[in-house]
Design a protein around this ligand. Structure first.
Ligand SMILES: Cc1cc2nc3c(=O)[nH]c(=O)nc-3n(C[C@H](O)[C@H](O)[C@H](O)COP(=O)(O)OP(=O)(O)OC[C@H]3O[C@@H](n4cnc5c(N)ncnc54)[C@H](O)[C@@H]3O)c2cc1C
Length: 576
């Protein structure tokens, strides 16, 4: 008798070999669960399913998190503004998740961030906002664990100006501060995909689902297209989970389902501005006519956003317009003593919120709640929600899928499953000065690595030991070093230069030239890690440069239609 090799976990690598192995298995084996979509919800669902002991596959049409999940405000938050809409359930659930992510699941990736809410009117506004913040703090205790961040505080006008000297002083009478958390959204998703793979899920990016396999009305799998090789093949699964965000209507239409709900796309734009352009120790939460504007500390930068407008154009490359940029600058300039101009903007990015909608609703009023339906036998759809509550969405989706599977299947365990890099993070953090001394680098460099890779920083240090030149920073993107590019290709599922510059690092939005000078150096590093020839390397650089050019040009356009047209002049990644 031949006994199949079974192990509890696999290598933590997610490189080209692991992708090839995953595809070979997807072609061969009937899975318990196949997840479509490698955003935060899909990767969360894959981890949830595999850690219940199920056989799991996941395919993503482009790169991990290349849809909405790399383009958010990067806040792991309860959403203080939803209190005003009396959406207490949503806020409470998100705050419990915030505590879990901060303290247990990913302390290396999720960090506290302190916000200032400036007040324009005395007494009444202070009482009103203060009551909301008190409730926010209280909700964060209800998960049976400490919130992981300090409580809110009241500030006088003088304290406010000391904390944020660049605020136009005469505009405010005082303020309040409160805490939320923040995360590099794309990095979290690729780490989550690696974690799912580590526990045994067969995961592959650049594999697009193009149809469903059916027996009668029942979905029994999908037809898939490997965009790297051009191969088309079938994947069979007892249950398929559709987690395709703003693409949900498109994927559901492939199965001929009438649709119990629609997912509408609402565009949100952010600007990236150097941190030194104005002085504040805290992030800012500012009210606008329709919603709120966040000014969020982001390393050596500020993220400022967002907008909220209906979007019916290309979903893969939502484009920011000149009008979006001016709208954001106009709003932030209302509160700053020294005004920002377009020359201060280093980076711009746009994302699409997947909002659950009935045909007639306006985007700003649509629900941030999520929905799970089992509309066709064999197919579960999960949509809506927010990044912060991904784990709950994933659990609900897999609960619905396992309901239809035979046998007793354990409940979700993801509350107890830290992401790769998390276990031992605090001990590694406490050793950071020693590590820095041993490598002859500044402590900040080691902190940067620990906050992106957790204890897997050791693997990057091994790379540097064998080739010290990998300690060199990338041109125009000082925060990042060569080892990160190599590691992204060998361990983190980066298949293209764009994956590295836009998502494994955030060079495409954080550097003045948007990664143009880093591109050839990063491409050469990827070439040696992945065995690219010269032609392939040049093609990767050319594709990336065209993307930057098209994005810059689209950001000069007055409206969505022209910005979309200009953005689409850059070709998508083609391998051959
Ligand atoms: C501007 C903005 C700011 C936001 N800020 C926050 C915030 O601060 N905090 C927060 O909690 N939430 C925030 N959100 C919401 C949050 O980002 C989203 O709810 C979340 O990222 C959606 O994740 P998803 O996995 O559903 O979708 P996506 O990330 O879009 O993933 C869907 C994936 O499916 C893939 N796909 C599509 N079709 C196919 C196919 N046929 N085959 C294979 N794969 C396919 C796509 O390529 C995509 O990667 C924000 C959203 C926006 C737009």
């Amino acid at each position: 008798m031949v006994v199949a090799k079974r192990t509890v976990t696999r290598s933590n690598k997610l490189g080209p070999e692991e992708r090839a192995d995953a595809i070979a298995t997807l072609r061969r084996k009937e899975l318990d669960i196949l997840v479509i979509g490698g955003g935060i919800v899909g990767t969360g669902a894959a981890l949830d399913a595999v850690t219940r002991g199920l056989s799991v596959g996941m395919v993503e049409a482009r790169d991990w998190a290349s849809g909405t999940s790399s383009r958010s405000s990067k806040l792991v938050h309860g959403g203080i503004r939803y209190l005003e809409q009396l959406d207490f359930r949503l806020v409470r659930e998100a705050l419990i998740e915030r505590g879990l992510l901060l303290q247990r699941l990913a302390p290396h990736l999720v960090k506290p961030v302190r916000f200032l809410y400036p007040l324009t009117k005395p007494v009444i506004e202070r009482l009103y906002v203060g009551a909301g913040m008190l409730l926010y703090d209280l909700f964060s205790y209800t998960g049976g664990r400490k919130p992981g961040v300090p409580h809110h505080r009241h500030l006088t006008r003088r304290q406010l100006l000391r904390a944020a000297p660049s605020l136009a002083g005469d505009a405010f009478v005082g303020g309040l501060t409160y805490y939320d958390a923040q995360v590099d959204d794309a990095r979290y998703v690729s780490t989550l995909a690696r974690t799912a793979s580590f526990y045994g899920a067969h995961v592959a990016s650049r594999v697009r689902v193009e149809g469903f396999l059916k027996v009668g009305q029942r979905v029994v799998g999908v037809t898939a297209h490997d965009l790297e090789t051009g191969d088309r093949f079938e994947i069979r699964a007892r249950q398929v989970v559709n987690a395709t965000g703003v693409w949900t209507d498109d994927t559901q239409s492939m199965v001929g389902e009438r649709g119990q709900f629609k997912v509408r796309a609402s565009k949100g734009v952010h600007l990236v501005v150097p941190r030194d352009r104005f002085q504040s120790k805290l992030g800012l939460l500012l009210r606008t006519e329709k919603s709120v504007l966040f000014v969020i500390p982001w390393g050596r930068h500020w993220l400022i956003g967002t907008t909220d407008t209906d979007w019916n154009l290309d979903k893969a490359h939502p484009a920011a317009t000149a009008a979006d940029i001016d709208y954001i600058l106009g709003h932030v300039n209302r509160v700053l003593a020294v005004k920002l101009t377009r020359e201060d903007v280093e980076g711009v990015y746009a994302g699409l919120r997947p909002l659950l909608a009935h045909e007639s609703e306006e985007t700003s009023k649509l629900s941030r709640e999520h929905i799970v339906t089992h509309s066709v036998p064999g197919l579960v759809v999960v949509a809506g929600g927010k990044w912060t509550t991904y784990r709950v969405m994933a659990k609900d989706a897999i609960d619905a899928a396992v309901d239809a599977l035979d046998g007793r299947i354990p409940g979700s365990t993801t509350e107890e499953i830290p992401l790769l890099g998390a276990e031992g993070y605090q001990a590694a953090w406490n050793k950071r000065a020693k590590i820095a001394r041993a490598f002859g680098v500044h402590k900040v460099r080691v902190e940067h690595l620990l906050n992106r890779y957790g204890v897997m920083t050791d693997e990057l240090l091994d790379l540097i030991r064998s080739d010290p030149s990998l300690l060199e920073p990338l041109p125009g993107a000082d925060d990042y070093i060569g080892a990160e590019v190599v590691y992204a290709a060998t361990h983190e599922g980066a298949l293209h230069l764009d994956d590295v510059l836009a998502r494994r690092t955030r060079i495409s939005i954080e550097s003045w030239d948007r990664g143009v000078s880093a591109a050839p150096v990063a491409a050469a590093l990827m070439a040696s890690a992945l065995g690219w020839d010269e032609a392939r390397t040049e093609r990767e650089v050319a594709t990336y440069l065209k993307r930057v050019e098209a994005e810059r040009a689209s950001q000069e356009q007055p409206d969505d239609a022209s910005a979309d047209r200009v953005r689409l002049e850059a070709p998508d990644i083609v391998v051959r």
